[in-house]
Ligand binder design. Structure first.
Ligand code: ATP
Ligand code: MG
Ligand code: MG
Length: 554
């Protein structure tokens, strides 16, 4: 296919390999297991695993590392979902699965090393005091009264922190750098805190935990990461990243490089906000097809390749922007138009009776599974006297340019005969309940006879052969292009009509779909058999992935 795109990060890596600075490149994707992965994470996954694939010839690899040093918000469910989602997106970490919590002893040793070199101290100020004395952009920080403790005292107190001798908040370990640094991150950042919390991996072995900014460079160094790729908000943290690497006894010197996050219109994309949607019941779960999570996208029928393509096309830059969700929708349609077999389903059923078709009989019609791909083969679809058609394919008083059914009008049944409308029934409320017609013998696979005007074809499902299905029609979860900017917060602009569940009829070949199979229901859009709820043949459940841009023959 097309040659892989390059970007400033790939150029740096290529230069490091060319100059011999590195013999290979080792990247990592380091999610914190505190939620499910979202579409934004796909950019980081495609970048890190992509670089490893492109440099496989020199032994490059990408680690999947669970950044699980924070005991409070992490769960095993999240670890499992993250693994499944990375695989689904099309990447493989091979043997390179790591847990940052496996290196607790290493971080601790590094902290002791800093203390011994006069580069860290135990501070007994309150969190409040520490915050206040850090200053701000115009005011330098003021040193803690504990800043000049002796190495011996610090070693003793740090050991006491580890032994559980301090309550939470009573003592922290701080790096001793520069309280007047113009970069506030460098004003003696806290690197360890006391947390008497159970950790999912280490249990109650520890009651002090490293801060992210201290642990992260050490995780990278411990794994011999060459290029540590992260999002732009970490740019101001880079001097501290480098400080840790410079001052700790590390086995390798990774380099941090930042790139811009992937964000989309009409959605929110932070795990904290997604958790709110789940917890408050605005959606059915993390993998609700309306969620911008990877598992939601999967359940929605969005092909992984569409997400990878989107990531490739939007590229890697330093410029923070918002990607139009229509760009992803384009990739979804582009792929499914070529890849999804065609089926017929009726989502707003109206009965059509062919009066001159004998009851109890049926006729098999062979339909291609794809108009442009003969390799997809064909299937038999039964035509019978009573059919389901879409309610909006009949109009009692047709508008201008309406070419479908109306009294006395002709339309072609997709793949079959031309029929002429001979009558209809209404109920007391004026709703059309039944349409009657006659078919024109000899028009199957043949042009309309002289004098018959037939300018449209409609899809249909035999009432006798069709299978009743539950179909879920999804719309955008938010009504605002930038939900975060809404005055009442993102929850205030949730679309109340983002899910409509309806009863439909589908042809047997669709009802028999395996879970996760995606079809184009002709003229309607793309639909996926639900991963969890669909029961092939007996209880079909389809989720609408996306509508068609335009429909044929309308
Ligand atoms: P969130 O704010 O959604 O919780 P996070 O950055 O805290 O995101 P992590 O689990 O720490 O989530 O992310 C793992 C990796 O994915 C990090 O390297 C992070 O930079 C990257 N990442 C997260 N969100 C995005 C995004 N929107 N675009 C690109 N990369 C992202
Ligand atoms: Mg994070
Ligand atoms: Mg986060």
């Amino acid at each position: 296919s097309d040659s892989p795109k390059t970007d400033f990060i790939r150029e740096i890596i290529a230069a490091d390999l060319a100059s011999g600075k590195h013999e290979t490149t080792i990247t990592r994707f380091p999610p914190e297991p505190n939620g499910y992965l979202h579409l934004g994470h796909a950019r980081a996954i495609c970048l890190n695993f992509g670089i490893a694939q492109e440099n496989a010839a020199v032994g490059a690899r990408c680690h999947l590392r669970f950044d699980d040093t924070n005991p409070e918000k992490e769960e095993v469910e999240y670890v499992e979902s993250i693994k499944a989602d990375v695989k689904w997106l099309g990447f493989d970490w091979g043997d390179n699965l790591f847990y940052a919590s496996d290196y607790f002893e290493f971080y601790y040793d590094c902290a002791v090393h800093l203390i011994k070199n006069g580069l860290a101290y135990v501070d007994e100020q309150t969190a409040e005091q520490i915050k206040e004395t850090r200053g701000n952009l115009t005011v330098p920080g003021t040193p803690s009264p504990w800043r000049d403790r002796s190495v011996e005292e610090n070693l003793e107190l740090f050991a006491k922190m580890r032994a559980g001798g301090f309550e939470e908040g009573a003592a922290v370990l701080r790096a001793k750098i520069d309280m007047a640094s113009p970069n506030i991150v460098l004003r003696d950042p806290v690197i360890y805190r006391v947390l008497k919390a159970e950790h999912h991996n280490t249990g109650d072995a520890w009651c002090l935990y490293p801060m992210y900014d201290f642990a992260h460079p050490l995780e990278d160094a411990h794994e011999h990461i060459t290029h540590s790729l992260c999002t732009l908000e970490f740019e101001i943290h880079r001097p501290f990243y480098d400080w840790v690497i410079e001052n700790c006894p590390v086995p390798a010197k990774p380099r941090q490089i930042e790139f811009s996050r992937l964000n989309f219109t009409y959605t929110v994309m932070s795990k904290r906000k997604l958790l709110t949607l789940v917890k408050e019941g605005h959606v059915a779960g993390w993998d609700d097809p309306r969620m911008p999570t990877l598992s939601g996208a999967r359940r929605r029928g969005i092909p992984a390749i569409a997400i990878r393509k989107l990531c490739e096309k939007t590229g890697i830059t330093k410029f923070q922007g918002i990607t139009d969700i229509a760009q992803l929708e384009f990739e979804i349609r582009d792929h499914l138009n070529a890849a999804a077999p065609r089926r017929m389903g009726v989502i707003d059923p109206l009965k059509l009776i062919i009066e001159n078709f004998p009851a109890g009989q049926s006729e098999d019609i062979e339909l291609d599974n794809h108009p442009k791909d003969p390799a997809m083969g064909s299937r038999q679809v039964a035509l019978s006297r009573e059919l389901w058609i879409e309610a909006d394919d009949f109009m009692e008083v047709p508008e201008k340019k309406y070419f479908r059914l109306g009294p006395g009008r002709h339309v072609r049944l997709r793949g079959g005969y031309i029929v002429k409308c001979t009558g209809f029934e209404k109920d007391a409320s004026g709703k059309i309940t039944e349409v009657r017609c006659e078919y024109l013998p000899g028009t199957r696979g043949a042009d309309a006879p002289e004098g018959v005007e037939c300018r449209a074809a409609i899809h249909w499902v035999s009432a006798e052969h069709g299978v009743e299905a539950e179909v879920r029609l999804y719309d955008r979860l938010f009504t605002a292009e930038d939900p975060d900017a809404a005055e009442g917060g993102f929850v205030s602009v949730i679309n109340p009509d983002s899910l409509k569940t309806i009863r439909a009829y589908v042809e047997p070949a669709a009802a028999n779909a395996a879970p996760e199979e995606v079809y184009q229901f002709e003229r309607l859009g793309y639909f996926v058999a639900d991963r969890h709820d669909h029961q092939p043949g007996t209880k079909p459940v389809f989720n609408r992935t996306i509508g068609l841009r335009d429909s044929w023959a309308k």
